[in-house]
Design a protein around this ligand. Structure first.
Ligand code: SF4
Length: 392
């Protein structure tokens, strides 16, 4: 966005989004839909004096309803959908050939970095949109139709641990049938501020559930919030789809934890998949330079720009506790463990939306709504505009 160019820390966009959300809530002329990212639920409590890693999903949902949102959906639903699309894309590349390594694409901090420093890897990036953009696209199409509304009368807010998502939401490449998919992005801290501003008694709120069907998710989705989580969720699904067998053990411990670059070989019943996970800018650059020089080879790589992944995002509460990231990470895996369903392809709401609307992963309509392409930001603005016109 324009503001991000004049204000590199994104402070101006931050204020603008916050004001727009406050105004829309006050006017309440549109259908107000909100979605929350996985990492928000393990950090929001800190804004209200709770310990890092307190799981505040239920209270957060209740607070969002009290703020006036008509529908409270979960970005986790779309994280499951991301796994279906991205996992299928990986398997398609394995079977039919394609660029390797395939990189995850859900972190706009990483996507920006790749477009600027490593544009030659653009086609290696999964074409799957990030989860909140997928959900926004479905809200403005599938859900709009379901509730009989024009997409222009729906206002979608994403609550994210992330400041880079604000800029992402403005990408022209993410327009859906002429509409922006996500109208405003506020951070975990900004949500805390909104709740305080409206004097909602957070401490005494009851626990409430997300709305259906775009609020139903699995344990595989929530681990998107921590480094290694997207890889683990993808492996749970890719293994079963590729081999047709049930995974003997769901936890892929080698991709968990805070080590800067994690790598492993995964046996898909004879097909060995070389995978790597990196988080935090310096580790990412180190890994990318090695991949670029040919020093290392991987089939599939997960990259998150923030240390620890989204739990350590720039929009999360500031903590002075030395172990706050560990605690948030622990909470993420605790939620996963306690979920009745822990694999994306077993999410009943995901199965249903494919039956009802999306047909199958990588279908024509899935491509239209859930996939995107990337730009070479080393090129001039004119060249990029031409590139955009050619694709559209
Ligand atoms: Fe945003 Fe950081 Fe998460 Fe990337 S890792 S999506 S930049 S919070």
């Amino acid at each position: 966005g324009q503001c991000a160019t004049v204000c590199p820390v994104g402070a101006i966009t931050e204020r603008m989004d916050f004001r727009r959300v406050a105004e829309e809530l006050y006017k309440h002329e549109k259908v107000l839909v909100v979605q929350t990212a996985p990492a928000v639920r393990v950090a929001l409590g800190e804004e209200f004096g709770e310990e890092p890693g307190t799981i505040s999903t239920g209270k957060m949902v209740a607070a969002l309803r009290k703020l006036g949102f008509d529908y409270v959906f979960d970005t986790d639903f779309a994280a499951d959908l991301t796994i279906m699309e991205e996992g299928s894309e990986l398997l398609q590349r394995i079977k039919e050939g394609g660029k390797f390594p395939m990189f995850t694409s859900c972190c706009p901090g990483w996507v920006n970095l790749m477009e600027k420093l490593y544009p030659e890897f653009r086609e290696n990036l999964s074409t799957a949109k990030s989860p909140h953009e997928m959900l926004g696209a479905l809200i403005k199409t599938y859900f709009a139709k379901k509730i009989g509304k024009d997409p222009k009368d729906i206002f979608v807010v994403s609550v994210m641990p992330c400041t880079a998502k604000k800029d992402e939401a403005e990408r022209e490449t993410l327009l859906v049938r002429g509409h922006v998919a996500v109208d405003a992005v506020i951070t975990t801290r900004e949500l805390g501020k909104l709740i305080k501003m409206k004097k909602i008694p957070y401490e005494s709120l009851p626990e409430e559930e997300y709305d259906t069907p775009l609020g139903i998710s699995t344990g595989a989705a929530v681990i998107f919030g921590a480094t290694g989580g997207v890889m683990e969720a993808a492996l749970r699904t890719a293994y079963e789809l590729y081999t047709g067998k049930e995974l003997p053990k769901l936890d892929f411990e080698f991709v968990r934890g805070f080590e800067g670059v994690k790598e492993a070989e995964v046996d898909l019943d004879g097909k060995i998949l070389k995978v790597a996970v990196a988080h935090g800018g310096a580790n990412v650059v180190k890994l990318m330079d090695k991949i670029k020089s040919g020093e290392v080879y991987y089939d599939f790589v997960e990259i998150m720009a923030c240390p620890g992944g989204c739990i350590g995002g720039g929009g999360q509460p500031k903590s002075t506790r030395p172990d706050y990231l560990e605690r948030r990470m622990q909470a993420i895996y605790e939620i996963d463990e306690n979920m009745p369903i822990r694999k994306s392809h077993e999410n009943p709401a995901i199965k249903k939306i494919y039956e009802e609307y999306l047909e199958h992963p990588l279908s024509h309509i899935s491509h239209e709504l859930l996939h995107t392409h990337y730009l070479d930001r080393k090129k001039s603005v004119v060249e990029r505009k031409k590139e955009l016109e050619e694709v559209n």
